[in-house]
Design a protein around this ligand. Structure first.
Ligand SMILES: *Cc1c(COP(=O)(O)O)cnc(C)c1O
Length: 398
């Protein structure tokens, strides 16, 4: 679909043929593990790539392909590849791009399993890494080891502090280090709020489980970038095997059609709730890139068109009071994940970081009174009422 159309329009139509099998309006779910050949000549024409068709389910599926084309269009990418989960996308992409002796630069505030893979799994294969603070392009530059560093990987915005990477600064660094590929996990932003490829980034990663799917009913991951890079990683996906199921691909296609609507609402509610929480004396500090108080407010305002639906904050008090606050929420539901239509809330100390000691948690920057709110598409007023009554409960004498 042409670039002149708005994202909202492309989200509905891009990637899906206008005419479908059986004259269906929507893209059929192709539940097949393998594909047939009329004769051996047809098989040879396929091997010579004279026809575009599928061969076996681990290498491709038409429903998955439609979802890949839609996402590529939204990301402004030549191509996209989908995976069984965000982690399958991240691990497959990194393993495809790295070998023993290479080095990775990773920003510290990030999804815990990504950090685990880079700092604890990759070293087993001889890949070293340096972890730097996000929001500090100088630290990234100093961490690059010429000749060894092949990948710089960062989320933007990051999890859970919503730090924003200065993509213009990354572009300058990339020009100085042509052998290094810059990867941005753009899960929190979605193509609605930011398109890192337009800033010269090599590869965009999404956990499509979050906003792209949007309904908390599927797991999927994606990469978007140049045709050559995506093709190489898609090839390696055939080796690693972390492919997306066609049913999940259909749900993802359907979810992406409303991405523009949902994220617009989540941007508006996120900002309204962040402002309300910041003015509440029972809240010690709010982390949201759309607030002037956020360290990356200027960078975020320059390169993003919305600030997303995740708001992190510190409840004034200890872990026990924070727990009372979370337990008193009636609308916001305790669960990991984000980006769906339902508002979810969690205390990272009791969720992703539960198995660390209090000291270890502080060392990775996760205090016990930290809350991550993942705003859904309910009315912002109702979410705010819920948070206010939960704060009342947490601050009343037990
Ligand atoms: C959830 C998430 C992941 C992992 O994705 P899964 O789909 O759960 O495997 C990676 N990065 C970020 C930023 C995430 O939020």
């Amino acid at each position: 679909m042409s670039d002149e159309k708005s994202l909202e329009t492309r989200a509905v139509h891009a990637g899906e043929p206008r005419r479908q099998a059986h004259d269906a309006l929507t893209t059929p779910v192709a539940l097949t593990s393998t594909y047939t050949f009329a004769d051996t000549d047809a098989l040879e024409r396929h091997h010579r790539r004279e026809v575009e068709r599928d061969e076996y389910g681990r290498y491709g599926n038409p429903t998955v392909r439609a979802a890949e084309r839609k996402l590529a269009d939204l990301d402004g990418a030549e191509d996209s590849a989908l995976f069984a989960s965000g982690m399958a996308a991240i691990t497959t992409a990194l393993l495809a791009m790295l070998r023993g002796g290479h080095h990775v630069v990773l920003t510290r505030d990030c999804y815990r399993r990504t950090r685990q893979f880079v700092t604890a799994v990759l070293p087993r294969y001889g890949v070293e890494s340096t972890v730097v603070e996000p929001g500090d392009p100088g630290a990234v530059a100093r961490a690059i080891v010429p000749g060894k560093t092949r990948v710089v990987l960062s989320e933007s915005p990051t999890n859970p502090y919503l730090r924003v990477v200065d993509l213009a600064a990354m572009r300058a660094l990339k020009a100085a280090h042509p052998g290094v590929k810059f990867l941005i996990d753009s899960t929190f932003a979605t193509p609605v709020n930011q398109r890192p490829l337009e800033h010269g980034v090599d590869l965009v990663i999404h956990s499509a489980t979050k906003y792209l799917g949007g309904h908390n009913d599927l797991l999927a991951g994606a990469i978007s970038g140049s045709a050559a890079l995506v093709d190489a990683i898609r090839d390696f996906r055939g080796v690693m095997g972390g492919v997306l199921d066609p049913h999940a691909a259909y749900l993802l296609l359907r979810g992406m059609k409303t991405l523009g609507l949902r994220v617009a609402r989540q941007n508006a509610s996120g900002l309204a709730l962040a402002r309300a929480l910041e003015s509440d004396p029972r809240v010690e500090r709010v982390f949201y890139p759309g607030l002037e108080s956020h360290p990356d407010f200027a960078v975020a305002s320059a390169q993003m068109s919305g600030f997303g639906g995740v708001v992190s904050f510190l409840v004034r008090g200890d872990g026990a009071r924070t727990r009372r606050f979370i337990d008193a929420c009636r609308l916001a539901t305790i669960a990991p994940s984000l980006g769906g239509v339902e508002t979810l809330i969690e205390q990272p100390a009791l969720m992703s970081y539960y198995d660390l000691s209090g000291e270890e948690r502080l060392a990775v920057g996760i205090p016990d009174n930290l809350v991550r709110l993942a705003v859904g598409i309910e009315s912002a007023a109702d979410i705010l009422d819920d948070l206010a009554q939960a704060l009342d409960a947490a601050f009343s004498d037990p």
